[in-house]
Design a protein around this ligand. Structure first.
Ligand SMILES: NC(=O)c1ccc[n+]([C@@H]2O[C@H](COP(=O)([O-])OP(=O)(O)OC[C@H]3O[C@@H](n4cnc5c(N)ncnc54)[C@H](O)[C@@H]3O)[C@@H](O)[C@H]2O)c1
Length: 345
């Protein structure tokens, strides 16, 4: 029988606790230990009957795991990830790779220098529906892709903003939510070459944006638009439509619309739209549907993938360079949002 991969989780906040559940539900992994600066997280270590450490050096010194998940706030990603890579421990690092491009490059070089795998936690690439859409595109079922339209509208309550880093630079919906969408559209449609963005903090009035719209030009020539806000009550975001995370009550809506010359697809509530014979706006348009049932396994799929990478059975599906690319697009979006000008990525 295959030996289970022992995984430590660093930072047991909103995301770290999701990873604890995913490890529990994975057949390939077992929780090794928990690291958190906050004594409150000791309760999780007790619950899972694993050791608790107050910092990563204590873990590295006393009890090396097979892999770690770094789920600390963005500003600590570089420090924590590099300390594990230097100890030759593979890291699944939560998104975004870092809050800054130079730091992201240092993380990537450390992975190269130490010949130790680095995976970035853009978990949507592990979603069964995203895989189905990717395959449809590769098989040419949509014809030539013309355009993509992404919605990310949601409402974050007061509780969310008690963590002060969430109201500072990088902690807003562009950094927290949109980066997932950027990664997913790049995964599905290839690299982005230009962006143009407008952002606003008009509703919440924090230093960070609450709303933004972005235009994209992809290398392939595809044109895209994306709209994000954390102050709109609406069902049209990936979180509220994928059913991946039980924390978000799921709806039957979609958030992504990809249009091709033969058909178009909406998802996560998957529907592929097409004409049966002649393509025409005068003819009836049909749709084929697929269930989002398997979406709830997305985080477990990501853990299983981490185990496969540790065992040398797979290469990282989301690399440090993918994380860097998303960050560059993000930086171009922020730059453009200050002037409204089109920026090369
Ligand atoms: N993949 C996703 O969908 C997703 C969703 C939410 C957050 N995230 C990412 O996960 C990371 C954490 O976000 P969150 O919302 O869970 O944050 P959070 O504030 O809820 O939790 C962070 C945890 O890290 C701990 N911590 C802080 N400094 C530490 C240190 N020096 N050493 C050890 N532990 C430390 C805190 O005590 C806390 O328990 C961020 O990078 C965020 O972007 C990803």
């Amino acid at each position: 029988m295959r030996k289970k991969t022992k995984i430590a989780v660093v930072g047991i906040g909103l995301m770290g606790s999701q990873h604890l559940k995913a490890i529990k539900n994975s057949k390939k992994a077992v929780l090794h230990s928990i690291v958190d600066i906050n004594e409150k997280s000791r309760v999780h270590a007790k619950k899972f009957k694993v050791p608790f450490y107050k910092n990563s050096s204590a873990l590295i010194k006393h009890n090396k795991p097979d892999a770690v998940i770094v789920a600390t706030p963005n500003q600590f990603h570089e420090k924590h990830t590099i300390s594990f890579l230097n100890a030759k421990i593979p890291v699944l690092l939560e998104k975004p790779i870092s809050s800054n491009i130079e730091k992201a490059k240092k993380i990537i070089s450390s992975s190269k220098k130490n010949k130790t795998n680095l995976l970035i936690g853009y978990h949507r690439r592990h979603n069964a529906i995203a895989t189905k859409v990717k395959n449809k595109i590769i098989e040419g079922k949509l014809g030539k892709i013309v355009s993509v339209n992404v919605m990310c509208w949601l409402y974050k309550n007061k509780e969310w903003f008690k963590e002060k880093w969430r109201i500072k630079k990088g902690g807003g919906p562009l950094g927290i939510n949109l980066v997932h969408d950027i990664d997913l559209i790049c995964y599905l449609l290839g690299p982005v070459v230009y962006v143009q963005a407008f952002s606003s903090n008009k509703i919440r009035k924090y230093k960070v944006e609450d709303t933004a719209i972005v235009n994209f030009i992809f290398k392939s020539g595809v044109l895209g638009t994306l709209s994000v806000s954390d102050t709109i009550v609406s069902p049209w975001s990936y979180e509220l439509t994928a059913g991946e995370n039980p924390a978000y009550p799921v709806t039957d809506q979609s958030a992504y619309y990809i249009g091709g010359t033969k058909s178009s697809i909406q998802f996560p509530n998957y529907k592929e739209w097409f004409n049966k014979n002649e393509r025409s706006w005068w003819k009836k348009i049909y749709h084929q549907d697929a269930s989002t049932r398997d979406s709830r396994y997305t985080l477990v799929n990501q853990i299983d993938h981490l185990c496969d990478v540790v065992e040398g059975k797979a290469k990282p599906k989301v690399t440090g360079n993918d994380g860097l690319q998303s960050l560059k697009i993000f930086a171009a979006i922020i730059k453009s949002s200050k002037t409204g000008k089109k920026i090369k990525v």
